[in-house]
Write a protein that binds this ligand. Structure first.
Ligand SMILES: Cc1ncc(C[n+]2csc(CCOP(=O)(O)OP(=O)(O)O)c2C)c(N)n1
Length: 618
């Protein structure tokens, strides 16, 4: 049961915070109330906008402690992924605009330096914070600066290759850097791998709790009067012991280690951050937090509440317009599980996105053939190459935007040896409120040049089934791209056009449904295209000189339309997402802003046809 939400909680302390300095000025006794106000407001806002609630609820005290101890924006904090930065945004001058979170033109769901000087770098993709922070630190050292640089990295993002490469570099790069490891034991699902086990061991041995429990018991036995002074003294003792804790792995890498520390104990956090700030040498501060802290449903099920759609009654009413068809992700996951039933060679790989990519049924039915490799897309593809070389039929399901991490592995490990790896690229196209870090617009441009690769873009759910059959029958690698949202049952519309010379729209994948009303209105031919590489046969069959319009849910530069331009000598209009980063917003808002809604398409196609020599269409 979800508790009733106060959609307009009173937040008098928070309302008065316009910058981190104001947090510093508050009496310490007010901070727990400020934390509670932040959480109440965060829940109220996300219930209407959707967003990354559980990660953000977990670091409220950390955001407050950073404001208390450091001087921003001179000091820099780099949030890994950045999905946990809502409290940070509220405390750094953006609280009044937080209702616009993730909306078109509103506050972004991730840190962006163009939104605030308090956001040191762009967030969105996991694993880069420590490397970027090192860049800030080395630049500071080079100019003789004194500011602090802090990277906040989740336990799952720390297992990413780039994080580990940065860890390998820290000691040689700088003497002054603070790595805060925000350990909640969770990726989106439970964190996986040896590092996760190592962290879990450290947390189960959380000395703080043991020492406090022991001291409390002793206090009871001695009938000590537990005054505030007693507890302060006890805390100091505990902290001193804490700071002496050791972690071989970090210390062997040349970082001092502090922790694990209760990440919801503000005084302890502030003390630890102050210690870290004064340390000689780089330092890893390991904090234990509860994902979803303070909102019971999110604490109970942090996976479900990692990223959520709006759930407030008024917001749900608006969302009810969404079509009831199953999502592309679910359709793909079920189709894979069905094929795996009859083919023991099929293995599925996810990079920490089991549920997002629809693989939950596969993991349930074939646990020994399902692999969650953590947030390691490059590894996932290279691992798949090994499986394929050994005779198996691996499928790697990645979001298009995160697959960008693995382009070299697709080229070097899969395409070059021509291995039968199937890459399912989910969220290929605009994704809506997550915005430019998450839109899947560049896969075609990045992958189209790779030899041996087949690239498919089904228009419908049955088209996806056919694409998977084709991929499993193919001796080489195949990419199948499909967008976020509901998979149409089909059939894909096809319009013949009045004559063989009639202008024709070649619409890639589900954009055939965008094109249909436009083609009808303008009296054009329409042909669904479900393959980008090799290009479909229809191009060879077109009457020479026929005006062709291509349409795709991908960057126009380097995608399907560009491929057509390489071979089609006749008049051509390429329609896709423009050569600039597409912001956040609903699909409808973004299509309208970029001339890809019905009106924009109609105007642009009419203008193109009107400009052709001897034009009679439009
Ligand atoms: C390269 C990349 N792959 C996948 C994701 C999707 N993703 C977003 S958050 C997340 C889990 C992050 O876990 P952790 O770093 O522990 O932070 P937490 O959410 O637990 O605070 C994943 C897999 C991503 N943002 N970037």
């Amino acid at each position: 049961m979800r508790p009733a939400i106060d959609l307009a909680p009173a937040t008098p302390l928070l309302d008065a915070i316009d910058a981190p300095e104001a947090v510093k000025a508050l009496p310490e006794a007010d901070l727990p109330r400020l934390a509670a106000e932040i959480r109440a407001r965060m829940v109220a806002i996300v219930s209407r906008t959707g967003g990354h609630l559980a990660p953000s609820l977990g670091v409220v005290e950390l955001a407050l402690a950073l404001c208390r101890v450091f001087d921003f924006p001179q000091d820099k904090v780099v949030w890994d992924v950045g999905h946990q930065a809502y409290a940070w945004k509220m405390l750094t001058g953006r609280n009044a605009r937080m209702e616009t979170l993730r909306r078109f033109g509103g506050i972004r769901g991730f840190p962006f330096p163009d939104e605030s000087p308090y956001d040191a770098s762009v967030g969105g993709h996991a694993g880069v914070a420590l490397a970027t922070a090192l860049g800030f630190a080395v630049a500071r050292d080079a100019r003789g600066g004194r500011e602090h640089v802090i990277a906040v990295v989740g336990d799952a993002s720390l297992t990413n290759g780039i994080s580990l490469e940065a860890l390998n570099a820290v000691r040689h790069a700088t003497d002054r850097l603070i790595l805060v490891i925000n350990d909640n034991g969770m990726s989106i699902s439970r964190n996986v791998g040896a590092l996760a086990r190592l962290f879990a061991r450290q947390l189960t041995g959380l000395r703080y709790n043991r020492i406090r429990a022991a001291a409390e018991a002793a206090g009871h036995r001695l009938r000590l009067n537990r005054t505030a002074a007693f507890w302060r003294g006890l805390k100091t003792t505990v902290k001193t012991l804490l700071l002496r804790n050791r972690s071989a792995i970090f210390e062997d890498l040349g970082l001092r280690y502090i922790g694990p520390i209760d990440g919801h104990d503000l005084p302890a956090l502030c003390d630890a951050l102050r210690t870290a700030a004064e340390a000689a040498g780089p330092i890893a501060l390991h904090i234990a937090t509860v994902k979803g802290k303070g909102y019971a449903p999110a604490e109970r099920n942090p996976s479900k509440w990692h990223g959520v759609g709006p759930w407030a009654a008024d917001a749900r009413k608006n969302a009810a317009a969404a079509p009831p068809a199953p999502s592309w992700s679910a359709a793909c996951g079920l189709a894979l599980a069905r094929r795996a039933q009859g083919n023991p060679a099929i293995h599925a790989i996810t990079a920490a996105m089991r549920s997002g990519t629809g693989l939950t049924p596969f993991f349930r039915d074939f646990p020994t053939r399902a692999h969650d490799v953590g947030i390691c897309e490059g590894y996932a593809v290279a691992f798949a190459a090994g499986l394929a070389a050994a005779g198996l039929r691996p499928v790697v399901a990645l979001y298009s935007t995160f697959a960008q991490r693995a382009v070299d592995n697709v080229m070097h490990d899969v395409c070059l040896p021509n291995l039968p790896v199937v890459l399912c690229l989910d969220r290929a196209g605009v994704v809506g409120p997550d915005g430019p870090t998450h839109h899947g617009l560049y896969d075609l441009a990045m992958l189209r040049a790779l030899p041996n690769l087949t690239i498919l873009a089904p228009a419908t759910r049955p088209g996806l089934e056919a694409a998977l059959d084709h991929a499993f029958a193919c001796p080489g690698p195949t990419v199948i791209r499909y967008p976020r949202g509901a998979a149409p049952e089909g059939p894909a519309p096809r319009l013949p056009g009045a004559t063989p010379q009639a202008p024709i729209i070649l619409a890639l994948g589900p954009t055939v449904f965008w094109a249909e009303p436009v083609a009808r209105a303008l009296g054009l031919a329409l042909e669904p295209v479900e393959r980008v590489k090799p290009l479909p046969d229809i191009l060879r069959a077109l009457t020479p000189g026929r005006p062709v319009i291509t349409l795709e849910d991908a960057a126009a530069e380097g995608g399907f339309g560009s491929a057509v331009a390489e071979v089609w000598p006749g008049p051509l209009l390429v329609l896709g997402w423009p050569d600039r980063f597409v912001p956040q917003g609903s699909e409808g808002e973004l299509r309208a802003a970029c001339g890809l809604d019905a009106h924009g398409l109609r105007m642009r196609i009419a203008a193109f046809l009107g400009g052709l020599p001897g034009a009679s269409h439009a």
